[in-house]
Design a protein around this ligand. Structure first.
Ligand SMILES: [Zn+2]
Ligand SMILES: [Zn+2]
Ligand SMILES: [Zn+2]
Length: 616
């Protein structure tokens, strides 16, 4: 029997729903094919995928021992940084001592050393006396104990205890660190900068939050309260501190920055609306922290920044430097010498940190004219994970451009060209992978979760194996906005963002039938495809009304905020929009609307003649 492609899709989808397996990404799909079912044993599936053929190594190979976890690297391993801080021994000695061997049994096939090495001695195991601390488990609110330094959970020094004592209190050991031996001692004091974090917002008597209008700014008094709320969101510094700085940095490089810290985003949006200097200072405070780390430990910072996921750690450095430089160029008297020098310093650190990866001109991609490895990463990296790193880079390029004008130099031109070319390549690839479709006279933009996840053509429409879900699209959108704000020639333009707005509205208003009921899909697909290929699985990337981050697109499609509330009634929506996040997103749409018309605009306060913020 020959099946139409349509019926194949339907069967695949029904099967997927019945087996209650998820469509998350290629590795999950592969795990499923191998009969592993739904089990979220990503580690084991990746392990089997990345098995290297056995290989002989000279037992006298010099290896270095990491400072955080008991693991060794060969001298040329890209994951080995701060070498001068680390102990060395022979491979044979490390094996005998039970050290983890970098490339053996590790998850990722990238940037590992000693792949295919065959252990001669057992790996050292953690035991009852291993010290652990409690952190937040990633899955729900379950108490999880971690070996200090685990990428999944920070803990508190006061709760450091033996594994035996910890488990007696209840909870579980985190599966990611349960087998990792660590000799690193958490520092007696956390990073001092983290203590600046605490300025909790106290609501004024009689005040209660109410939704803001997409059409009219709230009165100054209300904006002042909103600024106070924003100042209460802290610096959002990530990472634990250990006595050995190399251990601190090994932990730092595992931190995730590709969903930029919400506090940074909020501060950025708040500054764009009010121009309040205290908010800018708050962003600068976190920028200072990462600037300090990157300058003190350049090899670790460069390793972290070797892809767009990690380079997003310099988000506040780039964003504040860009604002400061633009301000200095537009209003020379308004930026102090010190502020200018600091912004210049942030930019210099970014340039130095990105140089080893991006400013390599010996192996150039023929299509994009940028470093081959970088071009390959653009073609492979999941869009939402990459967007904010590229957004950071676009902001840095804009900052450097203003810096050059102010200082009358061409010193950074090659770097600026490299950054702009790289970001433009990402955006071009994104647009080319996506699909512009016209419905009811409006152009919509659809795109997949992964750049190389696969699609088939159906009546001129790209039907992606895994279309983007609305949640992840908001992350990608944040990075795209940074690019939009940095430079209008990099491919993120009014056309793209308008088509994105149309897609979001389309998604909110298209109903699909699943198990006899009407649903809205959490995946962004053209209506005809969404109805036919129903991607609904309760609890997994479900549609949610009033998704704040998308509100920015009100600037490209008036009425969007109202549409995104579907199917809530006005009072239900108003309740959701009273939330701090949604109020912030609503106000940021005001800024973007004005910025569309005037690209020289730094913040809305400029237009109100100081009405919005008295502290510029
Ligand atoms: Zn290694
Ligand atoms: Zn853990
Ligand atoms: Zn539509």
């Amino acid at each position: 029997m020959r099946m139409t492609s349509k019926s194949i899709w339907r069967i695949v989808i029904i099967a997927a729903v019945v087996a209650s397996s998820c469509w998350v990404d290629v590795s999950d799909a592969e795990a499923k094919k191998k009969g592993k079912g739904k089990s979220k044993s990503k580690t084991s599936s990746s392990k089997s995928k990345n098995k290297f053929p056995p290989k002989d190594y000279d037992p006298n190979t010099k290896v270095y021992i990491d400072a955080l976890f008991f693991r060794c690297h060969a001298e040329d391993c890209p994951a080995l940084f701060m070498k001068e801080n680390k102990k060395s021994m022979t491979l044979e000695e490390a094996d005998k001592a039970g050290a983890m061997i970098c490339g053996v049994g590790m998850k990722s096939s990238q940037q590992k050393c000693l792949q295919g090495y065959q252990r001669k001695h057992p790996q050292k195991q953690t035991g009852d006396d291993t010290l652990v601390w409690a952190g937040e488990g990633r899955t729900g609110k379950k108490l999880a104990w971690h070996v200090p330094g685990c990428h999944r959970g920070s803990g508190s020094r006061s709760r450091l205890k033996t594994r035996k004592a910890a488990l007696a209190e209840g909870g579980i050991m985190c599966e990611h660190c349960a087998h990792k031996v660590s000799f690193a001692k958490p520092h007696a004091q956390d990073w001092p900068e983290k203590s600046q974090d605490k300025t909790p917002f106290v609501a004024p008597a009689g005040w209660s939050p109410k939704a803001y209008s997409p059409d009219q700014l709230p009165p100054k008094k209300e904006l002042d309260i909103w600024v106070e709320e924003t100042l209460g969101t802290g610096l959002a510094l990530s990472g634990d501190r250990f006595e050995d700085p190399a251990a601190s940095m090994e932990h730092f490089v595992t931190r995730r920055f590709f969903f930029p810290q919400q506090a940074w985003r909020n501060q950025h949006m708040c500054y764009r609306v009010t121009g309040d200097k205290r908010v800018l200072e708050k962003m600068r405070a976190s920028a200072r922290f990462y600037n300090k780390l990157a300058k003190a430990y350049p090899s670790a910072a460069a390793y972290k920044a070797n892809g767009p996921e990690g380079s997003a750690f310099m988000w506040t450095m780039a964003v504040t430097a860009r604002i400061t430089m633009k301000m200095a160029r537009k209003y020379p008297g308004k930026v102090s010498k010190q502020e200018f020098a600091e912004a210049e310093d942030f930019l210099k650190t970014i340039v130095a940190t990105l140089k080893p990866t991006y400013e390599k001109y010996d192996n150039i991609d023929s299509e994009y004219g940028i470093n081959q490895g970088v071009a390959d990463a653009i073609r492979k990296k999941i869009f939402n994970r990459a967007a904010n790193g590229w957004g950071m880079m676009a902001q840095a390029a804009a900052g450097l451009t203003d810096l050059q004008v102010i200082k009358r130099t061409n010193e950074y031109q090659k770097t600026i060209d490299c950054y702009n070319k790289t970001v433009a390549a990402y955006v071009k690839y994104f647009r080319d992978t996506g699909d512009f479709q016209t419905y009811n006279g409006k152009t919509h933009f659809f795109y997949p979760y992964s750049p190389n996840g696969g699609y088939k053509m159906q009546d001129g429409i790209k039907v992606y194996k895994r279309p983007e879900d609305v949640g992840h699209s908001t992350i990608t959108l944040r990075g795209m906005q940074l690019i939009y704000e940095a430079n209008s020639n990099l491919g993120v333009d009014d056309e793209l963002l308008t088509a994105w707005a149309n897609m979001a509205c389309c998604n909110a208003t298209t109903t699909v039938t699943f198990q006899g009921k009407q649903w809205r899909s959490g995946f962004m697909q053209p209506p005809v495809i969404a109805k036919e290929r129903v991607m609904v699985k309760p609890g997994w990337h479900e549609y949610a009304p009033c998704r704040g981050t998308l509100y920015h697109l009100e600037a490209f499609r008036p009425g969007l905020i109202k549409t995104l509330a579907t199917p809530l009634n006005a009072s239900q929506a108003a309740k959701k929009d009273a939330d701090y996040g949604n109020r912030t997103h609503t106000l940021f749409a005001h800024y973007l609307k004005a910025y569309r018309k005037d690209r020289s605009l730094i913040h809305l306060g400029e237009k109100s003649g100081g009405r919005l913020a008295s502290r510029r």
